[in-house]
Design a protein around this ligand. Structure first.
Ligand SMILES: Cc1cc2nc3c(=O)[nH]c(=O)nc-3n(C[C@H](O)[C@H](O)[C@H](O)COP(=O)(O)OP(=O)(O)OC[C@H]3O[C@@H](n4cnc5c(N)ncnc54)[C@H](O)[C@@H]3O)c2cc1C
Length: 257
């Protein structure tokens, strides 16, 4: 069973570029039959050695693997597979992190050690409307969460992608307005420019750290959405690897709570 303390080795059985900046990797192992049926949208940790390889036997005694957090976009219990979508991010000097580099280069048959899954908070559905905001790193989680909403749910889903061709089909309720922002369009100010609807809102937001902070100020302070109706999380931070981001995130949570 793929419980948190015992990471499992999974095999890559498919890798596909689904849009210019997103690669979908399908991972398989029989152990996945024990995953909770409704784990779409949960997070997992991919484990790397100190040089970004997936061979953990090269870790020295007491050395911890480097971890990168990703989302189970889709779990197929019958095939015992999970699909994970990776943003293919590259900095101007053509550098990228361990996980993005792995995803861009991995071939079918290779293995990777994965821990989890862990749950991210569900949206409170006892509300009048919903406000969902994501960038490309949170698009897999948003697409899993949005399809669990009641059919008559209304609200917005604002998603920042890198280019127009990164748009994906979303199973959003009919009364949802889905807005795709491309290129340099700033996420937070576009969100703020939308009409605030009547009644109680439930907010789900995951994106880059600075945008998260601006949106948190908007939802919590300006619009006074109660804490229990908000999931807001930074999924990465510009210029900092996940290890550094984790420290900053913990500090921020302490200061803000
Ligand atoms: C709960 C959760 C779920 C997540 N799910 C997904 C998912 O399903 N798919 C996904 O792609 N990401 C997801 N992320 C984000 C992902 O963990 C980070 O983007 C992570 O930093 C990528 O690791 P890396 O090794 O590629 O880069 P790192 O080594 O962490 O960073 C190297 C450099 O790349 C920059 N960088 C990192 N991510 C991006 C990016 N997206 N765009 C531009 N620059 C970037 C960093 O700022 C740093 O300068 C999730 C994060 C969380 C917390």
């Amino acid at each position: 069973m793929m419980k948190k303390p015992s990471p499992q080795q999974l095999t890559v059985i498919h890798s596909e570029k689904i849009s210019p900046n997103m690669r979908r990797i399908t991972l398989h192992d029989n152990v996945l039959e024990n995953l909770p049926k409704d784990c779409d949208g949960s997070y997992i940790k991919l484990l790397f050695n100190q040089s970004g390889g997936t061979d953990l036997s090269s870790l020295k005694e007491g050395e911890r693997p480097v971890m990168r957090t990703y989302t189970i976009r889709k779990f197929d219990a019958e095939r015992r597979t999970v699909e994970v979508d990776f943003v293919c991010h590259l900095t101007q000097d053509l550098q990228c992190g361990f996980a993005a580099r792995w995803a861009m280069n991995v071939t079918v048959g290779e293995t990777i050690t994965v821990a989890g899954p862990g749950n991210i908070q569900d949206m409170n559905t006892e509300v009048d409307w919903f406000f969902m905001v994501a960038d490309m790193t949170a698009l897999p989680a948003l697409s899993a969460k949005i399809q669990k909403l009641p059919n008559n749910a209304k609200g917005y889903a604002v998603i920042k992608i890198i280019e127009k061709a990164d748009i994906q089909p979303l199973k959003a309720p009919d009364n949802f307005r889905v807005i795709w922002l491309t290129g340099d369009a700033p996420l937070a100010s576009n969100v703020k420019s939308l009409d605030w609807l009547e009644g109680t809102a439930s907010v789900w937001t995951a994106c880059e750290f600075e945008s998260m902070r601006e949106l948190r100020q908007y939802f919590r302070n300006d619009k006074e959405v109660p804490k229990e109706n908000i999931y807001i999380s930074s999924y990465w931070k510009q210029g900092v690897s996940e290890d550094g981001h984790k420290v900053i995130k913990q500090q921020d949570a302490k200061e803000y709570s």
